[in-house]
Design a protein around this ligand. Structure first.
Ligand SMILES: [Zn+2]
Ligand SMILES: [Zn+2]
Length: 350
């Protein structure tokens, strides 16, 4: 399916290289924000077309998903069109009084393009429609109540994927080693079995996944389900604003944009997938057809030229026309496919 609905010309056709160059020339600054809302959207396709044209005019960049169940948006908005952007959002009854989350480590280069996609769901859950009720979610906790609950011994569950919790997580959190949210829901239910009456704390990047996860757990008999309001992004903001607040999050918050992570604490909790030295820098393999997401330290980055394997190094060294030929065979455009089933430390061993 063409995510742009076959509307050639209306949508962004710049190459990443051109888009980056253009972004670097911009005479204004940008801020990175995110928001989501579960709200009934009647005609997602026409909404997408309208938003695309309006936001393009405001020089907004980012990745936005629209579905019948709502909107999930990560954006980079120029400071000088910010007011217009807010009025634009407020002109849609579905999006009125939206709560934004602001990035804490922001170089204004989080996105190079504007992409708005229509999906079946804004968070793919793999559940049956009667397996949760989004209007019956857990209790939202601010950072202070969240910390208190941890101190009082509540069970903390990381609702993100394994490559996200690998570089940063709440101390003592249970981090299911799953690749997708779909896979994680039943896993979490199983892990929590027997704790139906215990206090459960859920967290994710910005809160959107916990809305479904908490509704799902409540539906399945868990009575004391709580979730971190605004996710790690807003927890970090509250830390910045309240110096009395203890930071219980270690490492980096993985983010789904060009930055790939925001540092929340100075502790490095993960290791380079190639040499094992401390590192929490995710990269996508330099070979665009591989694009594997993995952790690579600076030294390995230099030594292996940003690649995950000897194969990928030889590919990037091939003449461009030969690269094009081989790329047809093994195209992998998925930006966040990761390494769970691979052992990269062996890739360079002779
Ligand atoms: Zn290394
Ligand atoms: Zn590779």
């Amino acid at each position: 399916m063409d995510p742009n609905g076959g509307k050639k010309g209306v949508f962004n056709r710049l190459s990443k290289y051109e888009a980056k160059k253009r972004l670097n020339r911009e005479p204004f600054t940008r801020k990175t924000i995110s928001f989501y809302r579960y709200v009934a959207i009647k005609n997602a396709i026409s909404l997408r077309d309208k938003l695309y044209l309006e936001w393009k005019d405001l020089f907004v960049l980012g990745r936005i998903y629209i579905a019948k169940e709502g909107i999930n948006a990560q954006l980079s908005v120029p400071e000088n069109t910010w007011e217009d952007f807010i009025s634009n959002i407020n002109s849609y009854p579905e999006f009125k009084a939206m709560r934004f989350k602001y990035a804490i480590e922001d170089d204004g280069k989080s996105f190079f393009k504007l992409t708005i996609k229509v999906r079946d769901q804004i968070v793919a859950d793999g559940l049956k429609r009667n397996e949760y009720d989004v209007s019956n979610v857990g209790k939202h906790l601010d950072a202070v109540s969240w910390n208190n609950a941890i101190d009082n011994g509540a069970t903390v569950i990381d609702m993100r994927n394994h490559y996200e919790s690998e570089i940063g997580r709440f101390k003592g959190a249970i981090c299911p080693q799953t690749e997708t949210f779909k896979e994680e829901l039943p896993k979490v239910r199983e892990l929590l079995s027997g704790k139906e009456n215990k206090k459960i704390l859920l967290y994710c990047t910005g809160g959107i996944r916990c809305e479904k996860a908490s509704a799902y757990l409540k539906h399945h008999g868990f009575v004391n389900v709580n979730q971190l309001h605004g996710g790690i992004i807003d927890y970090a903001r509250q830390l910045q604003q309240n110096s009395n607040l203890e930071n219980k999050f270690e490492g980096k918050n993985f983010v789904f944009d060009e930055r790939l992570g925001e540092r929340i604490s100075d502790t490095i909790i993960s290791a380079c997938h190639q040499c094992g030295s401390p590192s929490d820098t995710h990269i996508n393999c330099k070979n665009v057809d591989c694009n594997l997401l993995f952790i690579q330290c600076e030294q390995c980055r230099e030594e292996h030229e940003g690649c995950c394997s000897p194969d990928c190094i030889s590919t990037i060294k091939m003449p461009p026309d030969i690269q094009k030929m081989t790329s047809k065979k093994r195209k992998n455009n998925k930006r966040f496919h990761s390494h769970r089933k691979l052992d990269l430390s062996k890739a360079f061993k002779k």
